[in-house]
Design a protein around this ligand. Structure first.
Ligand code: PXP
Length: 239
C-alpha cells in the first residue's frame, strides 16, 4: 500500500501556551517530538487573530527544527508576505473568519479569483508548494487546479461530523470521487479536518491519498498518553 504521510497540526500546543502567555508548552519541542515519532511534517496555522500560533513560533520552528513545515494561512496580502518571509515547504490556503472556532469548510470558489491566483503564483514562484483547502466538490477542485494549485486538501469535516454509518459512507464516497478527480488532474491529494483515531482509516485508504493533516485529536490524546505515543498511534492507523 502507498505510504500516506502524516502532517501533525500543533496549533493547540500554542493554544495551551497562550492561555498563560508563557514559554511552555513550546512549539519547537512539540515539532521535534512530531518528527521523532513518525510524523512526516509539522502543520501550523497562523490565524489573523493570532489566537494560537505566533510569528515567533513559525520562525523558531523553521530555524531550529529540521523537517517539513506546512503552513495554513488565509489568502490575504499580510499572510502572503509572512509566508514568503518564513518560507515553509508548503502552504495551504484556507478560508478564515473572525468568529469561527475552527476552519469552516473549504474555500468558496465560484470561478477564478484574480487575487487568489496572484497569491498562488507568488508563493509558487518562491518555490513553495501551494495547496487549496476544498470541499469535495468537482467544480471547486477544477477551479483551484486552473488557478495553479499544486495540491488539493479535501475538507473532511462533513465526513467526520456525519452521524451513523449510512451518512458517513455517503460522505466518504464524496471524498473518494473528489480524490479521483484530484489524481486525474495530477495534483497532490491531501485531506484533513476533524479526523480522529476512529474515523481516519477509510480516508487514509482513499486511492492516491498522499497526506493527512490532523491536529485536534492528536493533541487531545497527547494530554493522556504523551505526544510521542499519540503521533505514533495515528501513524500506525494510516499505514
Ligand atoms: N486542515 C486544515 C486546512 C485545517 O484548517 C485544520 C485545522 O487547523 C486541519 C486540517 C486540522 O484539523 P483538526 O484539528 O480538526 O484535525
Amino acid at each position: 500500500m502507498k505510504h500516506v504521510k502524516l502532517g501533525v497540526n500543533i496549533d493547540h500546543v500554542a493554544t495551551l501556551r497562550q492561555a498563560r502567555k508563557e514559554k511552555n508548552p513550546d512549539t519547537v519541542e512539540a515539532a521535534r517530538v512530531v518528527y521523532s515519532s513518525g510524523g512526516d511534517m509539522v502543520v501550523m496555522h497562523l490565524r489573523q487573530d493570532r489566537r494560537h500560533i505566533q510569528e515567533a513560533d513559525l520562525e523558531r520552528v523553521r530555524r531550529e527544527v529540521k523537517g517539513i513545515l506546512h503552513l495554513e494561512i488565509a489568502a490575504i496580502p499580510e499572510m502572503e508576505k509572512l509566508a514568503l518571509l518564513i518560507h515553509p515547504d508548503s502552504v495551504c490556503l484556507v478560508p478564515e473568519s473572525a468568529r469561527e472556532v475552527t476552519t469552516q469548510g473549504g474555500l468558496k470558489l465560484n470561478g477564478r479569483n484574480k487575487e487568489l491566483e496572484k497569491t498562488i503564483k507568488n508563493l509558487s514562484g518562491a518555490g513553495i508548494e501551494v495547496g487549496v483547502f476544498c470541499d469535495p466538490e468537482p467544480q471547486v477542485i477544477r477551479t483551484a487546479h486552473n488557478m495553479g494549485a499544486d495540491s488539493i486538501e479535501l475538507c473532511t469535516s462533513s465526513y467526520s461530523g456525519a452521524w451513523g454509518k449510512k451518512l458517513q459512507a455517503r460522505e466518504l464516497e464524496k471524498l473518494q470521487l473528489a480524490g479521483f478527480l484530484v489524481k486525474e488532474l495530477k495534483l497532490q491529494l491531501h485531506a484533513g479536518h476533524g479526523l480522529d483515531y476512529y474515523n481516519v482509516a477509510p480516508v487514509a485508504r482513499i486511492e492516491g491519498m498522499d497526506c493527512l493533516n490532523i491536529g485536534f485529536s492528536i493533541i487531545s490524546r497527547a494530554m493522556f498518553v504523551g505526544l510521542k505515543t499519540a503521533v505514533s498511534e495515528m501513524k500506525r492507523l494510516i499505514q
